[in-house]
Design a protein around this ligand. Structure first.
Ligand SMILES: Nc1ncnc2c1ncn2[C@@H]1O[C@H](COP(=O)(O)OP(=O)(O)OP(=O)(O)O)[C@@H](O)[C@H]1O
Ligand SMILES: [Mg+2]
Length: 477
C-alpha cells in the first residue's frame, strides 16, 4: 500500500538547489564516510565542486570567462575512483552523469555519438527538476485530489433546475433544492472527515487514470539513438494517440495517491522545468567519464570498432565548450565539469591525444590499497561490508559478529592474494567475504545456534588451503 506523502515538503528556493554550499572541507568529510584514504582525489573533487559555487558568485561577466578545471583520476582498479564520483553525485544536487568512455567505441554504439551524453544529462536534469516542482505543488495537488476523490465517492447530482427557474432572475434556489444541497454538503463533509480519520482506508473505489503513453517499444527506439535526430518521438506519438483513460479499482489511500500524482503532474509548468533543467546543466552539470584509458591508443586493429582516437577527437569540442542540440533546446557545455577516470595500467595519461590532455589540467593519483586500508574499508564506512553481512543475516535471526583479529586476518588475506595474483583492490574483499561466509549464508535459516562469532582461527581455516594454492586462489578468490 502506498503511504500518503506528507502534505508539505520543504524544498530549497528556486535556483540554488544545485549549490548547497558545502565547503571543501565539508565535502571531504562527507566523502570520508564512505571512502577510505584517497585524500588527494577527494581534495581535488572538493575544490572543483566549490569552484562552481565561487564562479556563480563572481560578476556574471567574469563568470562567463571562468572555465572548470577538469580532473583525471588515475589509479589501479578497485581503489575507489568510481565510488568517489558516485558519492559526489549524491552530495551535490547537480545533474550528474556517469558514462564509460569506452562505450563510444563499441560496435553496438556506432552512431551513438559522443554528444548523446549531454542529451542524457539534460533528460536527467529534467527529471530532477520535475520531481522538485511536483513536490512544490504537492499541497495543492493533495487538496484537488481529495475533492476529486470525494466526487467519486459522492457524485455531485446535476442541478435540477427547470428552464423557468433560469429565466426568472431569481438567485435563490427553490426551498427543496436548497435543502437537498445542504444535505449533500453535510454528507460530503462527513465523508471528508472519515477520509481524514482513515476510516475509508479499507474501501475500494473506481477511479479513472490516464494511461502511460510511452510504451516500452518507444523507449527501445529512443535509446537506439532516434532522439539524436532531434525528433521528439514520444511527443509525436503522444499527440497521435491522445492520453487514454482507463478505469481501475483501488483502495482509497492508493486512489488518493494516484489522483495526487495526476494533479501534481498537471500543475507542473513544464516550460519552467525545462528552463531550470537546462540552466542547471549548463551551470553546474558534471559528467564523469569513466574508463578513459580505454580510448587511449591506436585502433584495435581487429573488429569494426570505432577508432579510439576518433572518440577522443569527438570529445574535444564538448569538453572545451560547444553547443549541443537537444530535445529541450540548445545546451552550452562551456561550464560543465568533466571528471575522467582510468586505471591507465597499460597506458599513461600522456598517451591521450595532446589536445585532450590539455583539457584535463588536474591529475590526481589514487593509491593502491593494502592491509591497513582493508581493515578500515571492512569496518568504517556507513555501508561497510561487515555491517552489510551482519544486517543481512540478522534478517534470518542470526547474530553474526567478527572479532578484531578476524577482520585483520581477512584484510591480510586480501592483501596477500592481491599481491600474488591480480591486484583488484577493494573488490578482493568481496570475493573473500563471500567465500568465508559461504556456509553460513547457506545454512542461516536452519541454524539452531543463532549466535555466530567469526574469529581469526576460522578465517585461517576456511581460507588457508585456497591461499596456499596459488592456482586455486586465482579461481576462487
Ligand atoms: N578507498 C575505498 N574505500 C572504501 N571502499 C572502497 C575504496 N576503494 C574501493 N572501494 C570499494 O570497492 C568497490 C570498487 O571500487 P570502485 O568501483 O570505486 O573502483 P574503481 O577505482 O572505479 O575501479 P575500476 O578502475 O575497475 O573502475 C566499490 O564497491 C567500493 O565501495
Ligand atoms: Mg570504476
Amino acid at each position: 500500500m502506498i503511504k500518503p506523502k506528507p502534505l508539505l515538503t520543504i524544498s530549497a528556493p528556486e535556483g540554488d538547489t544545485s549549490l548547497k554550499a558545502l565547503t571543501p572541507r565539508e565535502i571531504v568529510e562527507k566523502l570520508d564516510q564512505y571512502i577510505i584514504g584517497q585524500g588527494d582525489a577527494k581534495r581535488a573533487v572538493a575544490i572543483a565542486l566549490r569552484n562552481r559555487w565561487r564562479r556563480q558568485n563572481v560578476s556574471a561577466e567574469l563568470g562567463e570567462e571562468i572555465s572548470p578545471k577538469n580532473i583525471i583520476m588515475i589509479g589501479p582498479t578497485g581503489v575507489g575512483k568510481t565510488e568517489i564520483a558516485r558519492r559526489l553525485a549524491k552530495l551535490d544536487n547537480a545533474p550528474f552523469l556517469k558514462v564509460e568512455a569506452s562505450k563510444f567505441t563499441e560496435v553496438g554504439y556506432v552512431g551513438r555519438d559522443v554528444e548523446s551524453m549531454i542529451r542524457d544529462l539534460v533528460e536527467l536534469a529534467i527529471n530532477m527538476a520535475k520531481a522538485e516542482e511536483q513536490d512544490k505543488v504537492r499541497a495543492k495537488a493533495t487538496t484537488l485530489a481529495e475533492e476529486a476523490l470525494l466526487d467519486v465517492l459522492l457524485p455531485p447530482k446535476p442541478l435540477e433546475r427547470s428552464v423557468g427557474d433560469m429565466m426568472s432572475d431569481d438567485k435563490e434556489a427553490p426551498a427543496g433544492e436548497a435543502e437537498r444541497q445542504r444535505r449533500e454538503d453535510t454528507t460530503r463533509e462527513k465523508l471528508r472527515r472519515f477520509l481524514h480519520e482513515g476510516r475509508l482506508d479499507g474501501r475500494y473505489v473506481e477511479i479513472e487514470v490516464s494511461e502511460q503513453r510511452s510504451g516500452p517499444m518507444i523507449e527501445i527506439f529512443s535509446t537506439a539513438g532516434i532522439e539524436d535526430m532531434g525528433m521528439n518521438i514520444k511527443e509525436l506519438f503522444g499527440n497521435m494517440f491522445p492520453p487514454k483513460k482507463k478505469k481501475c479499482r483501488v483502495m482509497v489511500p492508493e486512489a488518493l495517491e494516484i489522483l495526487t500524482q495526476e494533479q501534481a503532474q498537471a500543475l507542473v509548468d513544464m516550460e519552467k522545468v525545462t528552463r531550470t533543467a537546462v540552466r542547471r546543466v549548463e551551470q553546474s552539470g558534471i559528467v564523469f567519464l569513466d574508463e578513459i584509458d580505454k580510448i587511449v591508443g591506436g585502433d584495435s586493429g581487429h573488429g569494426p570498432d570505432v577508432s579510439r582516437e576518433g572518440v577522443q577527437r569527438d570529445l574535444l569540442p564538448i569538453v572545451e565548450g560547444s553547443t549541443v542540440n537537444t530535445r529541450h533546446g540548445m545546451v552550452k557545455t562551456d561550464h560543465i565539469l568533466f571528471i575522467a577516470a582510468g586505471a591507465f595500467s597499460a597506458s599513461k595519461p600522456s598517451d591521450l591525444i595532446p589536445e585532450l590532455q590539455g583539457r584535463f589540467p588536474i591529475r590526481v593519483e589514487l593509491d593502491s590499497l593494502g592491509r591497513e586500508e582493508f581493515i578500515r574499508i571492512l569496518t568504517e564506512p556507513h555501508n561497510a561490508l561487515i555491517t552489510q553481512y551482519i544486517e543481512m543475516l540478522a534478517t534470518e535471526g542470526v547474530r553474526l559478529s567478527f572479532t578484531d583479529e578476524a577482520v585483520a586476518e581477512i584484510a591480510e588475506v586480501a592483501a596477500i592474494v592481491n599481491e600474488r595474483t591480480e591486484n583488484i583492490g577493494a573488490r578482493r574483499l568481496y570475493t573473500i567475504m563471500e567465500t568465508l561466509l559461504d556456509d553460513i549464508s547457506f545454512d542461516a535459516p536452519d541454524l539452531t545456534d543463532k549466535v555466530v562469532v567469526i574469529d581469526a582461527e576460522q578465517v585461517r581455516e576456511k581460507l588457508e588451503d585456497i591461499i596456499e594454492d596459488e592456482d586455486l586462489s586465482r579461481y576462487i578468490l
